[in-house]
Design a protein around this ligand. Structure first.
Ligand SMILES: [Fe+2]
Ligand SMILES: [Fe+2]
Length: 136
């Protein structure tokens, strides 16, 4: 679940934000490894929610700008993921095990399913446009 260069899309700003979020999530996971929820974990989870909301907004703005054809469905996925990570922050009282499981699921669906498949399509749209601009 750690950062891995297979996650790179080639869009610099997106990659920087993804990396920041994965590293923050990894930090939270490691901080919970002892099975306790420290105040630091709560603060870091709050930051992860903020980062996620900002990243999704930035990414959607880019998609709009380049006319990415799958903006609508992509936004729906973002909304679900944001709800998931926000719920994680609210569900802390359920304990470390539930939080760890939720974090694991968020990382799994967000990182491995969403970035690798959906966000890479944004890079593909951008690359196609760059090629098009080059041949005009
Ligand atoms: Fe995305
Ligand atoms: Fe993304």
């Amino acid at each position: 679940m750690d950062w891995d260069e297979r996650l790179l899309t080639g869009v610099e700003k997106i990659d920087a934000q993804h990396r920041e979020m994965v590293e923050l999530a990894t930090l939270i996971r490691n901080a919970m490894a002892g099975g306790t929820l420290s105040p630091e974990v709560k603060t870091a989870l709050g930051r992860l929610v903020t980062h996620t909301a900002r990243h999704f907004a930035d990414e959607e703005a880019l998609m709009r700008e380049i006319g990415h054809p799958e903006l609508g469905p992509h936004q729906v996925m973002h909304r679900k993921l944001l709800a998931e990570v926000t719920r994680l922050g609210h569900d802390l009282e359920k304990g470390a095990a539930m939080t760890a499981l939720g974090l694991h699921n968020f990382l799994k669906y967000w990182v491995w399913d969403h970035i690798l498949v959906e966000d890479k399509k944004i890079a593909a749209t951008l690359a196609a446009q760059t090629r098009q601009a080059g041949s005009d």
